[in-house]
Design a protein. Structure first.
Length: 323
């Protein structure tokens, strides 16, 4: 008889207690240069994947998305088994653990384009923190991704995130995916939140797409899809208080993955080189280099798969080879 004693972290077999491998496991540290990819818990025409099928170049996998409930601030997660071809909850949980055993981090993403999670007072902050922590405990997620595209209150989101981090302890991973407009100024609520949680923040992967033109840190206007758009907008975050290790470039994996802003992977790699080494820049050249830049993100691993893994095959090795 094999019996798992989860609370004690041991295995009892034939009356003989031996240490459980899981009990000794520690969360894998996020690599110095990391690639983040969103995994779709729904079928929108991109390649349907199990978590196990997510390409190996992704170091942080953001499960998209947790859903709002009828209680303000509270979120929940339900695997779309039917939409994902019969993918079971049990297999999903096993795949989370397997990815982590392979050195990956798996986080639960909150929000998305249609997400309406509101954390704007004490009660909703508590509900958010409690429900996210419960999902982390239930599924074994390493942390949380904040992808709220319909407004954010820095005071209460900061409170909620610090509560979650305090409950999670070591190995907590916190990622954010603001829109370009959200990071134009340190006075914006998203930017204020990022700075307020800097002590627990892993990376901000701003969405350099579905944006239109934006101002760079030099005050000039830049168009999406170009090296200058990536470097001049990243400069705002890099010079606005975030550590280079907390800055990543978020791009669509294919033209089908976004309404606008698809950027050729070669251009993404040029921007990474410009920011980290001062090479392959466009007309904008940062006044200094940021070799500690965290890396890049894409929406999504599914759209990447639909395009033959072209994005991760090009950007993944480049990120992992940064100085």
């Amino acid at each position: 008889m094999l019996k798992v004693l989860a609370a004690a972290g041991i295995l009892a077999f034939a009356g003989l207690a031996v240490p459980s491998a899981n009990a000794a496991d520690e969360p894998a540290a996020v690599p110095t240069h990391a690639v983040t990819g969103y995994w779709q818990n729904f079928n929108n025409g991109a390649t349907v994947q199990t978590l196990a099928q997510v390409q190996d170049d992704y170091d942080i996998i953001a499960v998209a998305f947790a859903d709002a409930t009828g209680t303000p601030g509270q979120v929940d997660f339900t695997l779309d088994s039917a939409g994902l071809g019969g993918y079971t909850d049990a297999q999903f949980r096993a795949d989370v653990a397997a990815k982590q055993a392979a050195g990956k981090s798996v986080v639960i993403s909150i929000g998305g384009e249609k997400g309406t999670v509101a954390v704007n007072n004490e009660a909703s902050a508590n509900a958010f923190a409690t429900s996210v922590s419960a999902l982390m405990d239930e599924y074994g997620f390493d942390g949380v991704d904040i992808d709220l595209e319909n407004g954010l209150n820095s005071t209460y989101m900061t409170e909620a995130l610090k509560s979650i981090a305090g409950q999670a302890g070591d190995g907590f991973v916190l990622t954010m995916a603001p829109q370009t407009i959200d990071m134009q100024s340190t006075s914006n609520e998203y930017f204020k939140t990022a700075l307020a949680v800097k002590d627990i923040l892993t990376v901000v992967n701003m969405q350099y797409y579905n944006s239109g033109t934006m101002l760079g840190c030099d005050g000039k206007v830049y168009a999406q899809g170009t090296v200058d758009f990536l470097t001049a907008l990243a400069c705002i975050q890099l010079e606005g208080g975030l550590d280079p290790s907390q800055v990543g470039l978020g791009l669509p994996a294919s033209p089908s993955a976004a309404g606008g802003g698809y950027t050729d992977p070669g251009v993404v790699n040029n921007a990474l080189d410009c920011l980290t080494k001062g090479t392959n820049c466009g007309s904008f050249k940062p006044s200094k280099t940021y070799p500690g830049l965290r890396g890049a993100m894409t929406w999504s691993t599914n759209w990447d798969a639909a395009a033959g893994d072209a994005w991760s095959n090009a950007v993944g090795p480049h990120v992992h080879g940064l100085p």
